[in-house]
Design a protein around this ligand. Structure first.
Ligand code: MTE
Length: 352
C-alpha cells in the first residue's frame, strides 16, 4: 500500500501564510536514510495484519514492533503504542443518548457563538492535514472502540473504555471563548466533564506535579502521521493545579452532540485561558508525573510556543502581535484579553 502523501504535499504548499505553525527541523529530525525505511515499517504492519492482530492489546505484547522508537529514536514518547489499522465495520458510540447534556449557566459569553458550520471547517489537527480543511481527511478514522489509560503517580491506575468513562462522569455543556496562537478566535459550546472528576477517580499521589497526555498513533487512519518530520504522537502537559482547575474540561461533545473527528473525537482537552495548541485532541493516555513533561509545539519551536501558552495580549508571538484576535466567521477584530478573560479563575495559578 503506497503512502498517501498527496494531502501533505498539498497542505504544505497552502501553509505558506506567516500566521501558521511551521516546521523547524530539530536535531532529532533524523535524515530519512537513518530512519527505518518505509517498506520495513509497512512490512511490519502487513505482517501484524496477516497474523490477525486486530486489537491494540494483542499488538501490545509484541514489544519492539509496537513502538515508534524504530522510526524516531529521539521521540520523547517511547511508551506510545503504534496502533494497527482497525478491522471490521465501524462501531457506534454507546453514549449518544447523553447529548445534549445539561447546560451549565455559570459560563457566559461576551460574543455570539461561532456557527457550527464555520467551526467544523476550520481546524488544526496535523495528524490529518496541515491545512485547515481537516474535515476532508478524516473519513478513515475510527473512534470506537476507544480506551483512555490513566497511569503514573496515582493510587488507582486504570484503563477506561471511553463510553464507560463518559457514562460515569458528570457531563455538562459550557460556552467558552477559544483563542488560537495564530490570533484567530471562536466561541464554542463544549460538552464534557471536569478533568478533576477523572483525577479524583484515580487519586493522584502527593508527588504528582504534572499531567502528561498523548494522542493516538494510527498512521494508517491519519495520513498526517505518515510524515516523519513530526514526533508523533502529539503530546501535551499541564501542571496538576491547571488540570484540577474548575475551567479545565475533557470534552467529548460540541454543539450539543458528540465531537466530530476534526475537533478531536472522541475526547480532547479544553483549557480556555490558554492558546488552542494546549488542547490536545483524541487522547489515549494520561500520566501523572513529577517532572514537567515535554510538549509537541515547545519541542518544535521553543522560542515561539512555551509550555504554559497562557493567552496574553502583552507578549507578542515572535512573528506577529497578540494584541488583537480575529473572530472566525465575522472577521471582527477584538482586543485579546489576558488569560482570554478567565483571570478570575486562573490568575492565582501564576503568581510567583
Ligand atoms: N491536538 C492534536 N492531537 N493535534 C493537533 O494538531 N492542534 C492544536 C489543538 N490540539 C492539534 C491538537 C491546535 S494548534 C489548536 S489551535 C486546536 O487543537 C484546534 O482545535 P479545533 O480544531 O477544535 O478548533
Amino acid at each position: 500500500m503506497p503512502l498517501d502523501t498527496r494531502n501533505l504535499e498539498l497542505s504544505l504548499q497552502i501553509t505558506k501564510s506567516p500566521m501558521s505553525f511551521i516546521h523547524i527541523p530539530k536535531s532529532w529530525h533524523i535524515p530519512a536514510s537513518q530512519a527505518t525505511p518505509e517498506d520495513i515499517y509497512l512490512d511490519r504492519r502487513r505482517l501484524l495484519k496477516t497474523m490477525g492482530f486486530g486489537g491494540i492489546s494483542a499488538l501490545g505484547v509484541l514489544t519492539g514492533c509496537n513502538r515508534l522508537n524504530a522510526w524516531r529514536p529521539d521521540n520523547p514518547n517511547q511508551d506510545a503504542i503504534l496502533q494497527p489499522p482497525s478491522t471490521g465495520p465501524p462501531q457506534a458510540s454507546r453514549t449518544q443518548d447523553l447529548y445534549p447534556a445539561r447546560h451549565n449557566p455559570a459560563f457566559t459569553l461576551d460574543r455570539p457563538l461561532t456557527p457550527e458550520y464555520t467551526a467544523n471547517k476550520y481546524n488544526i489537527f496535523y495528524e490529518f492535514a496541515v491545512s485547515k480543511d481537516v474535515n476532508n481527511y478524516v473519513h478513515k478514522f475510527r473512534t470506537r472502540p476507544w480506551e483512555v489509560e490513566v497511569k503514573g503517580l496515582v493510587e488507582k491506575p486504570q484503563t477506561f473504555d471511553l463510553d464507560d468513562l463518559v457514562r460515569m462522569m458528570p457531563l455538562e455543556e459550557r460556552l467558552y471563548r477559544f483563542c488560537c496562537v495564530e490570533a484567530w478566535a471562536m466561541a464554542i459550546p463544549w460538552t464534557g466533564f471536569p478533568f478533576k472528576a477523572l483525577l479524583d477517580k484515580v487519586q493522584p499521589m502527593s508527588d504528582a506535579k504534572y499531567v502528561r497526555m498523548l494522542t493516538f498513533l494510527r498512521p494508517s487512519e491519519a495520513p498526517g502521521q505518515q510524515a516523519k518530520w513530526f514526533p508523533w504522537p502529539y503530546y501535551e502537559g499541564l501542571t496538576i493545579e491547571e488540570a484540577m482547575n474548575e475551567l479545565t474540561l475533557l470534552a467529548t461533545g460540541i454543539y450539543g452532540h458528540e465531537l466530530p473527528v476534526q475537533h478531536g473525537a472522541p475526547i480532547r482537552l479544553v483549557t480556555p485561558w490558554k492558546y488552542g495548541y494546549k488542547s490536545i485532541k483524541s487522547i489515549v493516555l494520561i500520566e501523572l508525573v513529577n517532572e514537567k513533561p515535554r510538549t509537541f509545539w515547545n519541542d518544535e519551536a521553543p522560542s515561539e510556543y512555551d509550555f504554559y501558552a497562557n493567552v496574553n495580549p502583552y507578549i507578542p508571538h515572535l512573528r506577529w502581535s497578540q494584541a488583537t484576535e480575529r473572530m472566525l466567521d465575522t472577521n471582527e477584530k477584538r482586543e485579546t484579553m489576558l488569560y482570554n478573560g478567565y483571570a478570575p479563575y486562573v490568575a492565582h495559578l501564576y503568581k510567583t
